[in-house]
Design a protein around this ligand. Structure first.
Ligand code: SF4
Ligand code: SF4
Length: 452
C-alpha cells in the first residue's frame, strides 16, 4: 500500500530555543552535488541579466515595449499564453521528477532552498558554527552583537543584489545601476527595490523552512504523486532500530547511535527517523551527516539513503512503471505542444481599428472616406519596412503611409483613410494587406457608407 506523507505540524528542531534552531553545515557527496547544481544556477541568475547578443538582451520582459526577449526569440505580449504553456510544461517535468525521485527539485534547485543555504553560509561565516550560534543565541556581548550586525548587513546586501537583479529582467539593468549610482532612481523604483529586498531578506534569512512547510503548494502535491516506488531520502529503520547511544549499545542494538547529527544538519528541522514527512525537501544533508558518522564507526554507509518504500522492505522498485510512464507521456506532450507553439510565433503583429467617432466623412457629393488607426509591430530583426495596401479593391483608395519603417514607428498607432466614389453597398468588407520581406499578412475591416 502506498504510504502517504504525514504532515507534521510541529517538528521538533535541534537546539530548540523558542522554536528557533541553528542548522549545522555538513560536507559530503550530496553537498558537493548540490554545489554542482546551485552555483551554476546562481551564476545564471546574476549573470544572464547582463548578457546581450547583437545589442539585444538575452532574457528580458519589457513592459514598455510589450515584448519578451527569450534566448534569441522575440515574443510579443500576445505570446504570453506561450509562456504560461512553458510553465505548465515545466510543472509536468517537475511532477515526473517527483514521481521518480521525490522532492529533489526542492533540495537541489529551488530558489528558496538555494537562497536559504546562501544565507546560512553567511550566518556561519559571521557568527560561527551551529553549536556556537546556539550557545550565544540571545547574548548581548558586544563582540556577538558586532558579528550579528555583520550577518544582517551581509544578508541585506545579498537581498538588495537579488532584488536589483530580479528587477533587471523587467527594467534595463544598466539603467537601474546608472540611476542608482547617481542617486536618481525614481520613488517607484526605490519602493519596489525595498519591497523586493525585504521579501528576500525575510524569506531566506528569517522565515526559511517555514515557506517550505506552510507556503509551498508543492509539498502538498507530493503526497499525491509519491508511490511505494518513489525514491526519497529515507531512514532504514530495520537496520537502525533499536537505536542506542554508542556507549550503551549491545548486540541487539541497531546501527543508529542516536547521535542526532541527521537532525542537526536538517534545514527544515525535522528528524528523518520519524519517517517520510512533508517537511523533508530531499536535500540529502542528513545522508551526508549520517554517512560521516557511519564512516567513523566503520559501519556501512546508507543507514539514511535515497530509497523507496519497497526497497526499505527488501523488495525492488522497477525503473519504469505505469504512473511514471503516464506522467512521462503528459510531460512529453506538454513540451511538444509548447515547442510547436514557439515555431508558430508571428514575426509581424498588426492591428486595425475603425475610428468610432464618425462612421464616414463625405468629402464631396460622390466621395466618402472612412478613418482607421493601424499599429504594426515587428518581432524580428530582419523586418524593417512594412508595405501597407488594400486587397484587390481597385475602386478604393488608401491614404496614409504606405511604407512603415518599424525602426521609427513600431508600437505607435498610425492614421489611415480609405476613400471611395461608390456608395453601394452599405458596409463592404475589405482587407488591409501588410507585406514585409515578401510575406503578406491581411487584416479584415469594413468600409461603411450609405446609399445615395
Ligand atoms: S530530513 Fe534530510 S533530506 Fe529531508 S530536509 Fe532534512 S536533511 Fe534534508
Ligand atoms: S546521523 Fe545516523 S546514527 Fe546519527 S542519529 Fe541520525 S540516523 Fe542515527
Amino acid at each position: 500500500m502506498t504510504q502517504k506523507i504525514p504532515v507534521l505540524q510541529d517538528p521538533t528542531p535541534p537546539f530548540a530555543t523558542d522554536g528557533k534552531f541553528h542548522v549545522r553545515l555538513i560536507e559530503g557527496f550530496f553537498q558537493n552535488l548540490r554545489r554542482l547544481t546551485t552555483w551554476p544556477l546562481i551564476a545564471l541568475y546574476f549573470g544572464l541579466v547582463w548578457v546581450q547578443v547583437d545589442g539585444q538582451p538575452i532574457l528580458f520582459f519589457s513592459f514598455e515595449q510589450r515584448r519578451i526577449h527569450l534566448f534569441g526569440s522575440l515574443l510579443s505580449w500576445h505570446d504570453l499564453p506561450l509562456l504560461a504553456g512553458l510553465m505548465i510544461a515545466g510543472s509536468t517535468l517537475l511532477f515526473f521528477v517527483a514521481v521518480a525521485w521525490g522532492r529533489v527539485w526542492c533540495g537541489f534547485a529551488c530558489p528558496q532552498s538555494i537562497w536559504t543555504w546562501l544565507f546560512i553560509r553567511i550566518e556561519q561565516l559571521t557568527e560561527g558554527r551551529a553549536n556556537e550560534r546556539a550557545r550565544y543565541d540571545g547574548s548581548f556581548k558586544s563582540a556577538r552583537l558586532l558579528r550579528r550586525l555583520a550577518k544582517h548587513g551581509l544578508w541585506v546586501l545579498l537581498a538588495l543584489l537579488t532584488a536589483i537583479t530580479f528587477t533587471g529582467y523587467f527594467v534595463p539593468i544598466r539603467e537601474i545601476v546608472t540611476a542608482g549610482a547617481s542617486l536618481q532612481l525614481s520613488m517607484t523604483m526605490v519602493t519596489w527595490l525595498l519591497i523586493m529586498t525585504a521579501l528576500t531578506y525575510t524569506n531566506a534569512g528569517l522565515v526559511r523552512e517555514k515557506i517550505c512547510l506552510h507556503a509551498c503548494p508543492y509539498s502538498r502535491f507530493q503526497s499525491v504523486m509519491f508511490d511505494q516506488h518513489t525514491l526519497s531520502v529515507s531512514y532504514d529503520a530495520g537496520r537502525g532500530e533499536p537505536r542506542a547511544q554508542y556507549r550503551n549499545a549491545d548486540e541487539n542494538s541497531g546501527d543508529c547511535v542516536d547521535c542526532g547529527v541527521c537532525v542537526q544538519v536538517c534545514p527544515t528541522g525535522i528528524d528523518i527517523r520519524d519517517g517520510l514527512q512533508a517537511a523533508c525537501i530531499d536535500c540529502a544533508a542528513c545522508i551526508d551527516g549520517c554517512n560521516s558518522v557511519m564512516d567513523k564507526l566503520q559501519r556501512p554507509r546508507g543507514l539514511i539513503r535515497f530509497a523507496s518504500e519497497q526497497q526499505l522492505k527488501g523488495s525492488t522498485s522497477p525503473l519504469l512503471r505505469m504512473k511514471l510512464l503516464g506522467y512521462g507521456v503528459i510531460m512529453i506532450g506538454a513540451i511538444t505542444a509548447v515547442s510547436y507553439g514557439f515555431t508558430e510565433t508571428k514575426s509581424l503583429l498588426v492591428e486595425v481599428q475603425r475610428d468610432r467617432t464618425e462612421l464616414f466623412t463625405r468629402i464631396d457629393p460622390n466621395r466618402l472616406c472612412n478613418q482607421y488607426r493601424v499599429k504594426v509591430e515587428g518581432f524580428s530583426d530582419e523586418i524593417d519596412i512594412v508595405r501597407v495596401s488594400l486587397s484587390e479593391h481597385t475602386r478604393f483608395q488608401l491614404l496614409g503611409p504606405t511604407d512603415i519603417d518599424l525602426r521609427d514607428s513600431s508600437s505607435t498607432w498610425l492614421p489611415f483613410r480609405i476613400c471611395s466614389t461608390y456608395a453601394d453597398p452599405v458596409g463592404e468588407k475589405l482587407d488591409f494587406v501588410f507585406t514585409a520581406n515578401g510575406v503578406s499578412t491581411t487584416k479584415a475591416t469594413t468600409f461603411i457608407t450609405q446609399r445615395m
